[in-house]
Design a protein around this ligand. Sequence first.
Ligand code: ADE
Length: 243
Amino acid sequence: MFRGPLEESLVRRAQERGLVTIRVHDLRAYTRDRHRVVDDVPYGGGAGMVLKPEPVFAAVEALMAGRADSRVVLLSPQGQRLTHQVALEFAARDHLILLCGRYEGFDERIRTALATDEVSIGDVVLSGGELAALVVLEAVVRLVPGVVGAEASVRMDSFYGGLLDYPQYTRPASFRGLAVPPVLLSGDHERIRRWRRKEALRRTRARRPDLLATAPLTEEDRQLLQEIADEEGGGPRPPPGGR
Ligand code: ADE
């Protein structure tokens, strides 16, 4: 489950360049019984199995040795939603332990006495925390200084400036009768900059008005938003729910 994503593109290069070290640990290696059992039936009855506390505590304590500053991040649908802000906080840490739940759940004492953070990648239930951990990992690795070459390309990403991205086009200038906005072919850098900013604002206003409330807006942004409001009339459009 981990090998593919950890051995590709940006995450692979970050490891090769020594900017991050990523290790995958098997909880079964921290069991002490012959059958290396990591789960058990729930007290009180009910379906499914629950991840036992002993191997999880043993694993985390072994990985934390000499690293009192480590964060222990439990992946679960009950956690705080993953955001750019959360990824930034994790990227500033020297050491992170991403703890993947499995089965129907894990013993509550893992949550209350071991985890320092609990993170969800969205209001959806996955079969386990592994893919969620990879999502967190990729988001965090991108933000480790030096990992993404062109600082500008990270900074322009959605959420860096608190806004969604402006639309991008490449050749051909006309595809199946769909034309690239003429301003982008104009060579007028100031007009292009203003158009991009305006389209980023338009898209954010239409899809994520909640982000506009906290984005750092300039006087020009407010002007552009007024233009958009005049063009479109009324309040924000309903969020996209498909075609
Ligand atoms: N494990 C199962 N579902 C999850 C989710 N949505 N986020 C993080 N971990 C999970």
